[in-house]
Design a protein around this ligand. Structure first.
Ligand SMILES: *Cc1c(COP(=O)(O)O)cnc(C)c1O
Length: 354
């Protein structure tokens, strides 16, 4: 294990679980007893430790705070009715994490630490995985630069951390979406395909402005013409056009390759829905809407799974969708949830048992 012999474990003296109800826990507010912390220095991962969840001590000159070498992942674990715990597609998150790391000139995290450490950590805190319908354990691995010197250059030291957050249902009522024409999330040659912290910082102001206009999120468009559709907020986006599921393709490097997106493509095919990954313009969806062939739109992501869109606004043109009549999104969500909770067969080996 690249310099690492074993994971040192320090247990909490007493769990906090007793006075912490997991029922309807708000997303990302509560954390389990333990966390994992690994250190990178001298060109290798050295110590890997599981310890009580606690604040980190960091230098004010910490490189990540100044120059933004900071990446993360979002994964979910579920407990089935028999009490078994399984993580949904963590190897895909590992792959994507290391793609983000490469682009941000950060070291890759080996499988032994990312997956091996995560399994040990979840096993230790398995009582925190809610056994309640629609609840899950949200897993947040992240890495950031820890050099304590000012000067713009890749850091030589890093911390990799995993924290766990039990979460209740993520109620996402159908969204009202504003097609963004001024701000840009991602551009070819940029970092849109990575889960790096700066992407989220840059998205806050456009999201707040959309909210002030009464919209839940923006639909991002390309940087040059504001014509090609990219993602909806922090989710991938699908359009049902003439009974075909169309989603923006990944080759421009401006779309985050969502694992829910990838799972949705597979399940849609299983449902007999044709899927197209390609470029798609705002003009195309408007024409399709006018021809009564644009019937549904939805976002996909780990936190909310599938979020339906009830309104899309482009300039002064408003497209409305009666989500009570949506056929594709509800079945897709149901099928995906059933696989994650082990109430349907896991035909693609997406679940990793703990
Ligand atoms: C995380 C994320 C997604 C969704 O990815 P999943 O792997 O499905 O959770 C989509 N878009 C952006 C910008 C994201 O950060």
């Amino acid at each position: 294990m690249s310099g690492v012999k074993e994971i040192k474990i320090t247990h909490v003296e007493k769990t906090r679980l007793n006075d912490q109800s997991l029922e309807n826990a708000p997303f990302g507010h509560f954390f389990t007893d333990h966390m994992l912390v690994a250190e990178y220095k001298n060109g290798e991962w050295s110590s890997v430790e599981i310890m009580p969840y606690q604040p980190l001590q960091l230098a004010p000159s910490l490189a990540a705070l100044h120059y933004g070498q900071s990446i993360f992942e979002g994964i979910k674990a579920f407990k089935d009715v028999a009490g078994n715990v399984a993580v949904f597609r963590p190897y895909d998150n590992l792959k994507r994490f290391n793609i983000s790391a490469q682009r941000m000139q950060m070291p890759e995290v080996p499988e032994e630490i990312f997956i091996g450490g995560m399994k040990k950590l979840i096993d230790l805190d398995r009582n925190w995985v809610p056994a309640i319908a629609d609840h899950s354990l949200y897993i947040r691995p992240f890495m950031f630069a820890t050099d304590a010197v000012l000067g713009v250059k890749p850091s030589e030291t890093y911390k990799f951390v995993i924290i766990l957050s039990p979460s209740g249902p993520y109620f996402s009522s159908p969204m009202r979406i504003y097609v963004e024409e001024k701000y840009t999330r991602a551009v070819t040659g940029g970092v849109g395909f990575t889960k790096n912290a700066g992407n989220y910082g840059a998205s806050m102001q456009p999201a707040v402005k959309a909210r002030e206009l009464g919209y839940d999120q923006v639909l991002w468009t390309d940087a040059f013409e504001h014509k090609y559709l990219q993602e909806v907020g922090m989710m991938n986006v699908f359009f049902i056009l003439n009974n075909v599921a169309v989603t923006p393709s990944l080759e421009e490097g401006t779309i985050l390759a969502g694992i829910t997106r990838n799972s949705a493509i597979q399940i849609l095919k299983d449902m007999g829905v044709k899927v197209e990954e390609r470029k798609i313009t705002v003009d195309e969806i408007i024409e399709s809407y006018k021809a009564n062939q644009f019937t549904e739109a939805f976002g996909t992501g780990t936190a909310a799974t599938i979020s339906m869109i009830k309104e899309l606004r482009y300039k002064d043109f408003v497209m409305n969708f009666n989500t009570d009549e949506s056929k594709v999104a509800p079945e897709l969500k149901q099928r995906l949830d059933d696989i994650r909770k082990s109430t349907a067969p896991d035909n693609y080996n997406w679940l990793v048992k703990i």
